[in-house]
Design a protein around this ligand. Structure first.
Ligand code: ATP
Length: 373
C-alpha cells in the first residue's frame, strides 16, 4: 500500500481540531472545491476568505456533513468523519440568515440541540436557563423570532449553536445580515467568546476586514483552491500570488519579465518601467521568465531618496482622506492605477492633477511565488 492510500487514522493528529486532506467537490462538470487541504489547531479562529463563488461555503458544508466530498478526507479531533452525518460530528453551524424556526420560542430553539441528543428534560431546562443568561437573552425566552431584532436573532442563533459545546463552530457570513454599526460590536463579542470557550471557529466571509481582524489563520480561496494561508500580517505583507495581492487592500501589482539577475536582486521590465525585486532562494525565476510582484501603498514615498531604488512618475487623479491614512490614486504611464498612502496625521502634500515622482525600497517589493496570472 502506498503512503497516500494508508488509512487516515494511521497518520491522524488528534491535537488538530480539523484536518482537510485534499477535499474535492464537483457538481456535474463544475468543480466547486478542488483539492483543499487545511489543518486547524485546537481553539483556532480560522477565516475562509475569497470572492463570491470561490468555494468557501461548499468547503464549510463538507465539514458540516451537509455535502459529501467526491475525494479527500475530513478528520475532526483526529477521527475520520468524511462519511458521517452532521449530528455525529462534533460541530455546530450558524448560517447568515440564522435559520431560526419561526414558530418556536427562543427557549425552545436554544434547547433544540440538546433535545435532538435526547438529553434528560430537567437537565435541558437548567442548561437552557444558563445559556440564555450567558447570552443575555433571558428576557426573550418566550418570544418568537418574528418579534426579535437582527442582533437579538443573531444571539439566539449563537446560543442555539453553542449549547452543545461543539469542538468546532462553523459560521457562514454570520454578521452579513447585521447593519454596519452593530457588526463591530458583535464581531468583538464573538472573538471574546471564542477565546473564552476554546472552541475552534471556522468563519466564512468575503469581507477582508472581518477576516484580518478576527482570524488567527486566514485562508484565501480563489477558483475552488486555496491561494494562500497564514496570519493576517503574512497575507497582507507577503502576498504569495498576484491574485492575493490584488484581492487584499492596499497592494500595487506589477507584471513583467526578468531582464537581469544578480545573487540578491532580479531586474524586471514592466509596462510601467524597470524595477528591482529581492531574488528569492532557488529555484528563483530566470532571465525571460514572466513574474509578478507588489508593493504596499504605505511603503511608497513621494520625493524618493537614494534608498528608494524603485521609482516611477505618475499623475495623481484623486486624494481620499480616511483619518488614519490619506490615500492618493495615481495613473501609471501604462494606464494602470497606483495607490500611495500617507499617514493621515501628516499635512497634505499632493493635490489631484499633480505629476510626482514616487519610489520605494527594493526590500519592500514582494515577488509572488505563484504563476503571474
Ligand atoms: P459566496 O460568497 O457567494 O457564498 P462561496 O465562495 O461560498 O460564494 P460556494 O457557495 O461554495 O461559493 O459555491 C462555489 C461554486 O459552486 C459556485 O459557482 C456555485 O454556483 C457552485 N455551487 C454551489 N452549490 C452548488 C450546487 N448545489 N449545485 C451546483 N453548483 C453549486
Amino acid at each position: 500500500m502506498d503512503s497516500l492510500a494508508a488509512p487516515l487514522e494511521v497518520m491522524a493528529r488528534p491535537q488538530l481540531d480539523l484536518e482537510l486532506r485534499g477535499i474535492r467537490k464537483r457538481y456535474g462538470d463544475f468543480t466547486a472545491v478542488d483539492g483543499v487541504s487545511l489543518q486547524v489547531e485546537k481553539g483556532q479562529f480560522v477565516c475562509l476568505l475569497g470572492p463570491s463563488g470561490c468555494g468557501k461555503t461548499t468547503t464549510l458544508r463538507c465539514v458540516a456533513g451537509l455535502e459529501e466530498p467526491d475525494d479527500g478526507g475530513i478528520l475532526i479531533g483526529g477521527n475520520e468523519v468524511t462519511k458521517d452525518p452532521p449530528w455525529q460530528r462534533d460541530i455546530a453551524m450558524m448560517f447568515q440568515d440564522f435559520a431560526l424556526f419561526p414558530h418556536m420560542t427562543v427557549a425552545k430553539q436554544v434547547g433544540f440541540g440538546l433535545e435532538m441528543l435526547k438529553k434528560p428534560k430537567v437537565g435541558i431546562a437548567k442548561r437552557v436557563e444558563e445559556v440564555l443568561k450567558a447570552f443575555e437573552i433571558s428576557a426573550l425566552a418566550d418570544r418568537k423570532p418574528g418579534s426579535l431584532s437582527g442582533g437579538q436573532r443573531q444571539r439566539v442563533a449563537l446560543a442555539r449553536a453553542m449549547i452543545t459545546e461543539p469542538r468546532i463552530l462553523l459560521l457562514d457570513e454570520p454578521v452579513g445580515a447585521l447593519d454596519y454599526s452593530l457588526r463591530e460590536t458583535v464581531m468583538l463579542e464573538l472573538k471574546l467568546l471564542q477565546q473564552r470557550t476554546g472552541i475552534s471557529f471556522i468563519w466564512v466571509t468575503h469581507d477582508q476586514n472581518e477576516a484580518f481582524s478576527l482570524g488567527d489563520l486566514v485562508v484565501v480561496m480563489n477558483h475552488a483552491k486555496i491561494e494562500q494561508q497564514g496570519t493576517a500580517e503574512e497575507i497582507l505583507r507577503r502576498p504569495a500570488t498576484a491574485f492575493v495581492a490584488s484581492f487584499v487592500q492596499g497592494n500595487n501589482v506589477f507584471r513583467g519579465r526578468v531582464t537581469g539577475t544578480s545573487p540578491d536582486v532580479l531586474q524586471v521590465e514592466t509596462s510601467a518601467g524597470r524595477f528591482y525585486v529581492p531574488r528569492p532562494p532557488d529555484p528563483a525565476p530566470m532571465l525571460g521568465d514572466a513574474v509578478s510582484f507588489s508593493v504596499r501603498a504605505e511603503q511608497i514615498t513621494d520625493a524618493p531618496s537614494q534608498r528608494q531604488a524603485n521609482r516611477l512618475t505618475a499623475r495623481c487623479t484623486a486624494v481620499e482622506y480616511f483619518g488614519a491614512v490619506r490615500r492618493h490614486i495615481f495613473e501609471r504611464c501604462d494606464g494602470e492605477v497606483l495607490k500611495y498612502d500617507q499617514f493621515g496625521a501628516h499635512a497634505a502634500r499632493i493635490v489631484s492633477g499633480q505629476t510626482v515622482q514616487l519610489g520605494w525600497q527594493v526590500e519592500e517589493t514582494v515577488l509572488h511565488t505563484g504563476a503571474p496570472g
